[in-house]
Write a protein that binds this ligand. Structure first.
Ligand code: NA7
Length: 559
């Protein structure tokens, strides 16, 4: 019915109501009160990642105190975080509260999955269409799609034949009560990334499973989260320290509370190394990833020493030496991939009902109606099969929307297809300016898009939203109707992104962070998909561009 109606007209359309979309909506509304602004969100609720990922054990690995918005002083004073690292329901409750408090829901349209976006050069507008065919016209398009929001199933033969219950972790059935419904069941899970590790631990500890079989392709260096509860008295104290905490995050290279130790591993004695490592290992959160000696992720020998220390920790926690060996990564050193934080993960392999299938020793031959057959001839009969197989990350979020920019140029395409070669990002290789804009995509602004720093997500997205606002303000002040990055600015930013990643050992490892996904077309080769330079410098660069009047952008006026 809506097809025949004229499209609604907006000044700004934001796609996605996760932390990014909510922050963008609030700030754009404050700055431009007369503008027609709307958020379109595919899910039935706000929260993005924190709405979607409702698997057991889902929890934030960043201290909640530094993961929340910094701009609502009142809410900062009111909000009580029960734990240092909050559960998914608690994070979701927080973002819902933000929306209520600021009356944001009135401008958020839920259950609206955008399927296409087309730039109209003749009127300097975007036209977006949702899954029902309704169209929305807007001057500016702000993408807040999230960088881990397109779930991916593994390319394993036969997965459609499985007759038991099966689902991706991000599509965890809402009505499922794992304690009750999984009791006595044989559960299989594929994937041991941050999600797999949280899910495996929660399931093994939280339900009387008949068996839990973990199919692990690449072992990950996981290390203790060491979560604690926060008493109301402690919370009162934290509230007084907010300025200091946010100030500290603003000074570190990735927006967390932690900064590398200024010494090199080779400059200190073995005892001094051990002292720091033990302190970090026994401390909370990402300190053990980020607070290490400064050469840990650039010097192979320094990394080997730290990895050996971590390997010993794993060995000490797992009874069976063979299983321990499988759980210790051999193909990459500690911290070269995103370090999943765990709470008793390694110990679950000491339970008699938990099995590890090391896919480096045997691979999955096929999935059939009743389970998995591996190439060593074994059958693994299962009632439930869970895919903790991750996401088509970063650029992948854009692949669910058919986006066409200037001259009808597609945003994404593939080099093995003639028409795909003309795409703006061929084979998921991003080209951007500051990670905020892309060439031939006028009036489009990305929050947490490719080539942007991620780190502590909320700290990064607040900055990205600020940058978008400064660009919009500039456009508004001059009466422009179209803006896009200049070709040389895109080129220079691309080079800077690559340069700042040089020398990092993490570049030599496949993961979503290096743009690789074995299950996704065009993602077989490594690429620098995110900005891994220092966030402090990134922010300064953005501020400098603004101060000098955005010379990197070209502007037009519709006549
Ligand atoms: P990740 O970190 O991408 O992990 C996906 C896991 O699934 C990883 O262990 C993969 O092994 C495994 N996988 C993927 N495909 C297959 C196939 N075909 N066979 C076997 N195993 C497979 O996703 P997460 O959801 O855990 O975490 C994403 C981010 O969310 C995380 O970093 C946090 O920032 C939050 P592989 O390593 O590719 O060998």
């Amino acid at each position: 019915g809506s097809l025949s109606q004229p499209p609604s007209q907006y000044d700004v359309l934001i796609v996605g109501a996760g932390f990014s979309g909510v922050c963008a909506l609030h700030h754009i509304r404050e700055r431009f009160p007369s503008w027609r602004v709307k958020v379109l969100e595919a899910s039935p609720g706000v929260g993005g990642t924190w709405y979607t990922n409702q698997y057991p054990g889902a929890r934030v690995d960043t201290e909640s105190l530094t993961y929340q918005f910094s701009w609502d002083k009142e809410l900062l004073e009111e909000w009580y975080w029960k734990e240092t690292f909050s559960t998914q329901p608690d994070v979701l409750r927080y973002i819902e509260r933000v929306c209520e408090k600021h009356n944001l829901y009135k401008d958020i349209q839920l259950n609206t999955r955008i399927k296409s976006a087309r730039w109209l050069e003749n009127c300097h507008n975007w036209v977006l269409a949702d899954a029902n065919g309704s169209e929305y016209r807007t001057k500016f398009f702000v993408s807040c799609l999230g960088f881990l929001s397109q779930p991916v199933l593994p390319l394993i033969p036969g997965i459609a034949n499985f007759k038991g219950q099966s689902f991706h972790t991000s599509a965890w059935p809402k009505q499922l009560d794992t304690k009750k419904d999984f009791a006595g069941k044989r559960i299989g899970i594929i994937g041991t990334g941050a999600t797999g590790i949280q899910t495996i631990t929660a399931l093994a500890k939280g339900a009387e499973l008949k068996s839990l079989t973990v199919f692990q392709r690449t072992a990950n260096w996981s290390a203790p989260l060491r979560n604690t509860t926060i008493s109301p008295e402690q919370m009162k104290q934290h509230v007084k320290e907010y300025e200091h905490l946010f100030g500290q995050c603003a000074k570190t290279s990735s927006g967390f509370l932690y900064q590398a130790d200024p010494r090199k591993s080779s400059e200190v004695t073995h005892e001094e190394r051990l002292a720091l490592w033990e302190k970090l290992y026994n401390g909370q959160g990402f300190g053990k990833w980020l607070g290490v000696f400064k050469d840990t992720y650039t010097d192979r020998e320094a990394n080997r020493l730290y990895s050996d220390f971590m390997a010993e920790k794993i060995r000490a926690r797992v009874n069976d030496p063979e299983i321990a060996d499988s759980l210790i990564p051999k193909d990459h050193g500690f911290g070269m991939r995103r370090v999943p934080l765990e709470s008793g993960y390694f110990e679950v392999y000491n339970q008699s009902n938990v099995d590890l299938v090391d896919l480096r020793k045997t691979t999955i031959e096929t999935v059939d109606a009743s389970g998995i057959r591996t190439t060593d001839g074994k059958r693994h009969d299962l009632d439930v099969l869970i895919f903790a197989t991750g996401f088509n990350a970063i650029t992948g979020s854009f692949s669910a929307i058919d986006i066409h920019g200037k001259n009808d140029r597609p945003l994404l395409g593939y080099s093995d297809i003639e028409t795909g070669k003309n795409a703006i990002w061929v084979d998921h290789k991003p080209r951007t300016f500051l990670g905020i804009m892309a060439p031939d995509l006028p009036n489009t602004f990305m929050v947490l898009g490719p080539h942007q720093p991620f780190g502590n997500g909320t700290r990064s997205l607040e900055n990205a939203v600020d940058v978008v606002i400064t660009m919009l303000q500039h456009i508004f002040d001059h009466g422009y109707t179209a803006v896009e990055p200049k070709a040389d600015a895109v080129q220079a930013w691309g080079e800077h992104v690559v340069d700042s990643s040089k020398g990092l050992l993490g570049n030599e490892v496949d993961s979503w962070m290096t743009g690789v996904n074995t299950n996704v077309k065009g993602k077989q080769e490594r690429t620098v998909a995110r900005y891994v330079g220092n966030v402090v410098e990134y922010r300064k660069r953005c501020a400098d561009c603004n101060a000098s009047g955005w010379k990197e952008l070209s502007f037009a006026k519709y006549v």
